[in-house]
Design a protein around this ligand. Structure first.
Ligand code: AMP
Ligand code: MG
Length: 291
């Protein structure tokens, strides 16, 4: 909480500066999941800001795609979404990814690995889903599950999961070399918010499909999960692949914050439309002659 409060006065801070995990140790209990440190301070203002961000994201995504097709700048973006059940990974996909042209999106969800996936290295199934140039990829869960649920449930021994932090860093450094900008977001909710959202899922028959009795098992291990998240964020926050902690108790703020992080990442790439590889004036003359 202190971290956000200290920054309240400087409302011009970027989302990337504001939400980046603190350097030198991550204490998630010190970050308020209900905080709104920058940006819109209410639902109405957030809706307006989202309209503007949507236009910016859509335009940037189109240029990213054009630059890749034109061969001028083969870049891509990968948004990694992690968070406890009900933290809003699906909500971010519909409200943020939904702002851009679906043709430019590549969405991958990672569930419990299949026997085939388990027979390979943990990064095998992830590599296949890295977005191609011109695309915005979204991971609904990711290779981080292999240091989260896998650690908490003891699915592999400690030496194995510990060794994965370095392997993840090496893997993500590879994408950076390939021109894939990674934006990793932990959707940070309080246990109270999760309880309310799970109860809401049970109260509404149209939400029963989202409820999984196993979610309560993960909830019972809340402290272990927070410790596993803190370590993953601390070990795998790199210049090339930064981690952001997104306060997610308020859905409208969470969506705005992720959209802002994505927009700033695309602004930094600044994708440019490629020049025509044909004689524009000659083609205009041909079109005129054809009518
Ligand atoms: P959901 O995202 O709610 O559809 O749930 C997907 C489930 O798959 C969660 O319970 C995750 O913990 C689980 N899961 C995802 N990746 C892994 C993994 N690498 N190992 C074990 N469980 C996983
Ligand atoms: Mg679930």
């Amino acid at each position: 909480m202190q971290r956000y409060r200290a920054r309240m006065a400087t409302t011009t801070r970027s989302a990337r500066e504001t939400f980046r995990v603190p350097q030198g140790g991550v204490d998630l209990s010190a970050i308020d999941p209900g905080a709104t440190p920058i940006g819109p301070q209410g639902k109405g203002k957030a809706a307006k800001a989202m309209t503007e961000l949507g236009a910016r994201l859509d335009a940037r995504q189109e240029a990213l795609y054009a630059a890749a097709v034109g061969g001028t700048s083969p870049r891509a973006v990968l948004l990694v979404l992690q968070g406890m059940d009900t933290s809003g990974k699906g909500g971010v996909i519909s409200h943020v990814a939904g702002l851009v042209n679906p043709q430019g999106l590549h969405i991958a969800s990672f569930k419990r690995p299949t026997p085939e996936e388990l027979a390979h290295d943990f990064l095998w199934r992830i590599r296949k889903q890295v977005p191609h140039a011109g695309m915005i990829g979204v991971f609904d869960r990711s290779h981080y599950e292999d240091v989260l649920v896998v650690r908490v449930d003891g699915l592999v021994g400690e030496p194995e999961w510990r060794s994965r932090y370095e392997r993840i860093n090496a893997f993500e450094a590879e994408f950076d070399e390939q021109g894939v900008a990674i934006v990793k977001c932990m959707l940070h909710i309080s246990p109270q918010t999760q309880a309310e959202r799970l109860a809401a899922r049970l109260d509404d028959p149209q939400k029963h499909w989202k409820y999984n009795p196993g979610d309560l098992d993960a909830r019972a291990k809340w402290t272990d999960y927070q410790a596993a998240y803190a370590d993953a964020l601390a070990h795998c926050d790199t210049h090339a692949a930064p981690w952001y902690v997104v306060p997610s108790d308020r859905k409208w703020y969470r969506n705005w914050a992720v959209a802002a992080l994505l927009a700033e990442t695309l602004d930094a790439i600044d994708p440019q439309y490629p020049p025509a590889d044909f004689d524009v004036e000659a083609e205009k003359a041909r079109v005129r002659a054809a009518v």
